[in-house]
Each structure stands twice: as C-alpha cells, then as structure tokens.
Design a protein around this ligand. Structure first.
Ligand SMILES: N[C@@H](CCC(=O)N[C@@H](CS)C(=O)NCC(=O)O)C(=O)O
Length: 259
C-alpha cells in the first residue's frame, strides 16, 4: 500500500531536509513530491500553503518545518522525541531552533545562492532533480525568471552576501563555544530539534558527503567557484562545522544499520 503522507519539497532545500530528517527518524513512510521553484506554488497553494516543505499527514496540512517537527514530536515514542520534556531544556532547544531558522538558514541560503544563481550548470540540476518531467522540460526556459525572482526576494547583493557570510561565521563561533565543554549534543545529553535543525540548515555551508543523492554531488568542491570552495573548507574546519558533519555521518550510519 502506498504511504498516505505526502511531503511537498524542492529537491535541494535545507528547510525540506529538516522535515525529511525528522520523518526518517520516526520511520514514517511518505511520498515526496518534488517541484522546481515556482512550480511548487501550484502544489503548496492547492493545500493552503506557500513555501516548502509542506507535510500532509493524519489529515493535517503542516506548512512550516518547525510546525512539522512539533507535530511529529507529539506522535514520537519517548526515545525518539526531538523536544525535551524538561521546561528549561525545552526553552534552550526552542531558542536555538529559532536562531537557526531565522538567521543560519537564511544566511547559508543567501551566501550559497550568491555563488550559484548565475551559474546554471551548478544550480539547474539541483532545482530540477527528480521533479515531474514537464517541469524538467520547461524549467530551462524560466530559469532566468526564477533566478531573478530569488535574487529579489532574498535581497542578494554583495553587501547582504558579506553580511550572510559574517552571520554564518558568528553563529558557528557561538556553537563552537557551546561545544567547548565536550558535550556531544547542543542541549542536554541527547539529540534534539536543535541538533537536527543546525545540521540541516548548515548543509549549504559544510556540504556533507552524505547529503542527498550522490548524483547531486553537493560535496564535490572542485565544481564550485574557488572562493566558495575555500569558504566551505573554512566552515568545515570550525568546531561547529565539524559537529554538523559528525551529525550527518551519524544519520547516515543509522540509515545503513536499518537497511
Ligand atoms: N519558515 C519556513 C521557511 C521555508 C523556506 O524558506 N522555504 C523556501 C525553500 S528553502 C521556499 O519555499 N521558498 C519559496 C517560497 O517561499 O515560495 C520553514 O521553516 O518551513
């Protein structure tokens, strides 16, 4: 029988990855409906949403990645929960998740797009990987429109790109400070929504080899503009970058064990 839950996504999107990771952790089967940018609006608006990810599960339409994690937590067994029951720890997890959602995810996106939007050979495949056939066919024609809309919507300029890079460095430095005491996870002594959100929203910066389908070759730095590749190496070498890469490795190791 086909799973009844549906996840509407972009093929490469760190907020969508956040939702995928949580669904996978709970072993919830779902059908992923990938769309290229702009085409996604037909799918998301039909169910009352706008951006991706959108999860349709148990008769509910969840239109935001945090809303998705919060709902999944209500049906998760205790040993899989992403939000601590203890109110002080919960507050810390929620504060970090909000910081990552509003500052890290937005900065990594601006920074990465500043290098890739003008390079169709880098971005087209990632926008159209495994989307419906007609979107793959039509996308090249609307690519200039999509890239100028993204640039406008996210205000990508040399100034905002520098600010985004600085913001990533600052957040990574702050996370590095937290990790100095040797803790394995950001809050308490177990994996939480804070760790998941940090690792998912750092994807564009640290480009883990375990991310997505190998056909997307996200971690292959040779294909990137040299300055971007150099900055990725810098992020990876920071303790927070190494921490994100470790969480990705651990996720992949768990997947292997379950096969
Ligand atoms: N707050 C949202 C943000 C999601 C988001 O920014 N999604 C981007 C893709 S990474 C998107 O859908 N952009 C196109 C749009 O907003 O229509 C969440 O966490 O789910």
């Amino acid at each position: 029988m086909l799973p009844s839950s549906r996840l509407i996504t972009f093929p490469v999107s760190h907020y969508c990855e956040k939702a995928r990771w949580a669904l996978e952790r709970l072993n919830i089967p779902y059908i992923e409906e990938r769309h290229a940018p702009l085409f996604h609006l037909m799918a998301t608006r039909r169910v009352g949403g706008s951006s991706v990810p959108v999860l349709i599960l148990d008769g509910k339409v969840l239109t935001d990645s945090t809303e998705i994690l919060k709902y999944l937590d209500t049906i998760a067994p205790d040993d899989r929960k992403l939000y601590p029951l203890d109110s002080e720890l919960l507050k810390q997890v929620e504060e970090l998740e909000t910081l990552f959602n509003t500052k890290l995810g937005t900065s990594t996106r601006i920074w990465a797009y500043s290098y890739t939007l003008d390079r169709p050979q880098l971005s087209k495949r990632r926008f159209t990987y495994r989307v419906p056939f007609y979107e793959q066919v039509l996308f090249p024609a609307i690519f200039p429109l999509v890239s100028s809309k993204i640039r406008q919507k996210l205000h990508i300029t040399p100034e905002t790109t520098t600010a985004a890079y600085d913001q990533i460095i600052n957040i990574f430095a702050g996370i590095g400070d937290l990790l100095k005491d040797g803790r394995r996870y950001l809050v308490g002594n177990r994996f939480s929504a804070a760790d998941l959100t940090f690792a998912a929203l750092s994807v564009a910066a640290v480009r883990p080899p375990e991310y997505g389908d190998s056909a997307l070759a996200l971690s292959n730095l040779e294909q990137l503009p040299p300055k971007m590749a150099e900055q990725v190496c810098g992020f990876r070498e920071m303790p927070a970058g190494a921490f994100a890469l470790r969480l990705w490795r651990e996720r992949a190791a768990k997947q292997d064990l379950c096969r």
